[in-house]
Design a protein around this ligand. Sequence first.
Ligand code: TYD
Ligand code: MG
Length: 464
Amino acid sequence: MKAKTVYVCTNCDNQSSSWLGRCPSCGAWNTFTEETYENEQTAPEDKKSARRSLLVRASTDSEPQQFSDDVADYLRSDTGMNEFDRVLGGGLVEGSVVLISGEPGIGKSTLLLQICDALAESKKVMYVSGEESAAQISMRAKRLGISNKNIWLLTETDADKVLKHAEKLQPDVLIVDSIQTMYHTESATIPGSVTQIKESAAMFINKAKNDGTAVLFVGHVNKEGGIAGPKILEHMVDTVLYFEGENHHNFRLIRAIKNRFGSTNEIGVFEMTDKGLREVANPSEMLLADRPQNVSGNCAVCLIEGSRPLIAELQALTVETSFPSPRRMSTGLDYNRLALILAVLDKRLGLHFSGVDVYMNVIGGLKITETSSDAGMALALVSSVRNMPVPDDLMCIGEIGLSGEVRAVSRIEQRIREGARLGFCRIAIPYRNYQKLTDKPDGIEIIPLKTIFDMLPLMIKPNK
Ligand code: TYD
Ligand code: MG
């Protein structure tokens, strides 16, 4: 029998008989991967029919129903971790399929093992690992203090065998660590290929939808940080969670990218300790724990992550450059946003950064995407370049426009309350927000900012 090779786009599933640099269907670059079918006859001739067969749910005899709002709410289980429940939208939904992805070593397996413990109090949990031996998992469970008899371990990579065991055991929760290690013998491609991942996932999803088993997949990430394997995997599951954080930092965030059962704005905050992941109910406090006092280049900002405000500390460092073109480095903040703020400070305040290297950092390995931290970023930069510290009890909020104006941000009351709670006595906010402010905590000075000029008096003059 002759083997057949096809090239499949991992982004949109398009197939081609030769390798292509750019997918003609979705326009993505470098997404074609080689798939070898052992038998020419089993290679899918018609990609549409192949795809259709995957997505058809097992039950095909459903009837159209009249729309009705008289439906029962989702059945949710408590995972024992409030932070994780919050990201899921209020607990693990029965019959739902969740994909948790993240960098290697970030703590995916640890988290799942920990939630097993709480779930197993009232449910039967099956933990399938294709990556670690049962002894390894048991050792880790012992270290984490997990000894629940309702957890069943299986080390297997054959998806058919896993499903057979699941049929016998009928678990309420099925954990597959990881979906990339699963293969399906009937599909003729090599394990780990796009088709294999897709087909194994489809089998588990069918199980979830038919039996009401909650299925949690661990997913690997590729070198660009996206979820490895076919894009269609993210469409097939109900919830996609992303585990992020720096490996050398203890701070870990779980973010929902897609959630059919809740909001995608929520984040869960954890800390990696020697006893596994610990929930951080009060992240602002933790982020501000080791704040340096009276040092130039530091400024506190307040972000809104999901429904929660989060105070972060920005640090800027400017030093005379020894390079032909000065360096710009940004960790946790958008590089383009930094360039924009530098350009505004140069043009509007006449501060020249052309002879200095600029380093910008967010404490705790946090990643900021919100523009409300612009004003804090600008203040940290000015503070560093002038060597004048920002007062420790000052927090700065606002978006900066190209003309140097400080623009309004959303949910200002919530940000002010969080700042006040954590001991900030002076809070600088955009003028437009200031005008509309109705509720102000006692003893807090609110400073309105119209333009970046208004930020200059906020800094402390050096003693000498
Ligand atoms: P792991 O869950 O294996 O990561 P993933 O499944 O995402 O690849 O966690 C790996 C890291 O977590 C490992 O480097 C060690 C660390 N760790 C702790 O610091 N404390 C602990 O209690 C455990 C179990 C792991
Ligand atoms: Mg793992």
